[in-house]
Write a protein that binds this ligand. Sequence first.
Ligand code: LLP
Length: 427
Amino acid sequence: MAKIKIPLENRNGILHIGNCNTIDLAKEYDTPLYVYDENRIRDNFRRLHKAFSSNYKKFRLYYAIKANNNPALLKILKSEGSGVDVSGPAEIYLAKKAGFSTENMLYSGVYHRDDELKYALENNVPINLEDVSQIERLFKFGKPKFLSFRINPGIGKGSFKGNVYAGKDAKFGIIERDAIKAYEKAKNLGVESFGIHMMTGSCVLDENYFVEITGKLMDIAGAIAKKLNIKFEFVDIGGGFGVPYAPDEKELDIDLIGKNVCEKFKEKIKEYDLGEPILLAEPGRYLVCDSAILLTKVHSIKNGYKKFIGVDAGMNTLIRPMIYGAYHEILVANNLDAEPEEKVNIVGPVCENTDQFAKDRLMPKIAENDLLAILNVGAYGFGMSSQYNNRPRAAEVLINDGKHELIRQRENFDDLIKGVKIPERLK
Ligand code: LLP
């Protein structure tokens, strides 16, 4: 039987999340439905924060908004003391609306447009550039007192190829050879203080990797500081903290990472005489992924060459399995105690054959009207959803100690044509 863990619970064979019965939730809000547990987000934040801050006081977490932009979740993380990693003007706008002050943001756009750089500068958001050529483009709009650069330290790691953001194939960051040039140029143009940043991959489940990569960034930072005689306000080691999706994957030992990364960090700041910079991390997935499930109802079952279980969520609702081949655990929420007995494909209503959440997955017997729960969907779930095949986006519900409320209403048909204009001659 599938392993379930907090915030999920098996009560008499029925899946509960945060003390709420999933069958009741599906009845009240309809499906497909994203359901988030507030306490789990808070616990994730606190666990990660403590793992580092108990080893190095000047540690801060900046939540990566792109993982999930729901303002209710942003407010939760803000109340825990999080800052935010923002990757574009809209994320600056959303973070401001959720109450974050711009000094608690870091703007790490990639391949920026000029007006995006201008927007970040005008909003006083600390800027993290990712190429030497971007310095002059930014300076057209004014001189920032502070600047950070995203470094590609030459190695990266991720849960699949598409989740590796550093190394030779990656489009991100400034390569080591050019890093000094970037800081030198910025310094010569009058920038007074600096940060250094990397984001080398996502969903890493190897504790040692975080230590290795921190050491690598610190060596680069050390060389820059020595050559240019600058001090870093912060060192940002990015996100990437993995969450187990498949049953054979193991939870990260986050305390071990916190301890060993901080040790490496302290050793390196001493070695290069870097003072006491803030240590930053910008997790997305780790904070929100396992706080949420996607509830979807079985409508149609077909016995063809294979057995297809048709549900009302599709690649428009959750696209990770389709584009990355990502594994997501799926439970029969109304029948948790049933033993697995047959291999089935769990598929959505979109007119593409790639619209399959699971292939040849061993599942208990599933019947029409059963309720399925797709796990670990809090990160890059709703945020990557679309209206493809003309399907309005799902609703989102937040649970707090057994109470639930809507945090995003289900879209309707008119939302599919919002902003559309028909030329006069076609009316
Ligand atoms: N910082 C920056 C600059 C980033 O680009 C990202 C994620 C993060 C932090 C947060 O990374 P995390 O802690 O979540 O690994 N759609 C993919 C993941 C894309 C991650 C993009 N960047 C997926 O569904 O697996």
